[in-house]
Design a protein around this ligand. Structure first.
Ligand SMILES: NC(=O)c1ccc[n+]([C@@H]2O[C@H](COP(=O)([O-])OP(=O)(O)OC[C@H]3O[C@@H](n4cnc5c(N)ncnc54)[C@H](OP(=O)(O)O)[C@@H]3O)[C@@H](O)[C@H]2O)c1
Length: 287
């Protein structure tokens, strides 16, 4: 299978390229320096030249707080570019796997969100990603919309890297690291999600999916786990979201139930703690 991967230099895109390549697919990696996916004609040209069997659309503007300050850019990258990627896939008869987010939900419901639950984004980022989902579905029936959450991996921009950096900075006996304890979700290793994508992509089980590791935790408890597994010494204190205000509101409950993967026997994601320990054992380049 020939697969065009967008956002190929990003946290998830790099793992998707690696995983699909290892599985024998011919991978065509593209990122912003190859084409701006917000531009329709160049995006269509990319597909007609590459002639992929599938497009995995990982490109996005993922800076949640910056999106809040620039909604036009957020909708251009997270919605219009997703539409263009789907249009390009349709033009060459390819399927598309579009990556989306837990932030399309309000997080006000108490239980784990299923694919059938109503969306209700709180932030510009969430609204722009939700619009992207809809535009992809409208372009082609041959789509997978895969919602994930709390991604981490070999990137200086993810939560474990931030915690490690701060813990080293504060050090033992220094001021405590305060981390919010009233947002629940599931840390998901980008490599594990790439494995899930590689499992789903060759199928024709089109539709909308939730794809996170199993189980859930809070940012505070995850931070404690990170510090313990990396052998760091830094005090961690729980705090509330209200005590740690950010420009964009976050859902309090981000827990997703992988219902549609599970009932079709397609769920390959393990409990988050096991994936985390595997990542720690394998990690190569956290700063
Ligand atoms: N990270 C998370 O915690 C998380 C959670 C839930 C869902 N997701 C979703 O997972 C997917 C992958 O996220 P990620 O964390 O891997 O993102 P990422 O590391 O920010 O990578 C996104 C990539 O897309 C590229 N890009 C941005 N605008 C583009 C454009 N107009 N044309 C072409 N490429 C463009 C970026 O290039 P530049 O770096 O040069 O801008 C970057 O290489 C996204 O759909 C995101 O919404 C992420």
């Amino acid at each position: 299978m020939k697969v065009l991967v967008t956002g190929a230099k990003g946290l998830l895109g790099r793992e998707v390229c690696r995983e699909l390549g290892a599985g024998g697919s011919e991978v065509v990696p593209v990122d912003l320096d190859d084409v701006d996916l917000c531009e329709r004609e160049p995006t269509l040209r990319l597909a007609t030249e590459a002639r992929p069997d599938a497009v995995v659309h990982c490109a996005a503007w993922t800076d949640v707080d910056a999106c809040e300050a620039d909604p036009d850019r957020a909708f251009r990258v997270n919605a219009v570019a997703a539409r263009n990627a789907a249009l390009a896939a349709r033009r060459v008869g390819a399927k598309i796997l579009h990556v989306s987010t837990d932030y399309i939900f309000s997080g006000r419901e108490p239980g784990a969100y299923r694919e059938t639950d109503p969306v209700g984004p709180l932030s510009v980022y969430g609204a722009s990603k939700e619009a992207g989902e809809r535009l992809v579905r409208e372009q082609t029936p041959d789509h997978f919309v895969l919602r994930t959450a709390w991604l981490y991996g070999d990137s200086p921009r993810c939560f474990p890297a931030t915690i490690e950096r701060l813990a080293r900075q504060y050090g033992p006996g220094g001021r405590p690291l305060r981390v919010v304890d009233d947002q629940r979700g599931t840390p998901t290793w980008s490599r594990e999600l790439a494995r899930q994508i590689a499992r789903l992509l060759p199928t024709e089980a089109f539709g909308t999916y939730h794809a996170t590791a199993q189980g859930d935790t809070t940012w505070y408890l995850f931070a404690r786990r990170i510090i313990a597994s990396l052998g760091l010494a830094c005090e961690v204190e729980p705090c509330t979201t209200a005590e740690f205000p950010r420009p964009a509101p976050r859902p309090a409950n981000s827990v997703l139930d992988n219902l549609f993967l599970r009932v079709q026997g397609l769920d390959v994601l393990q409990p988050w703690e096991g994936a985390w320990e595997e990542y720690v054992a394998e990690r190569t380049s956290l700063p």
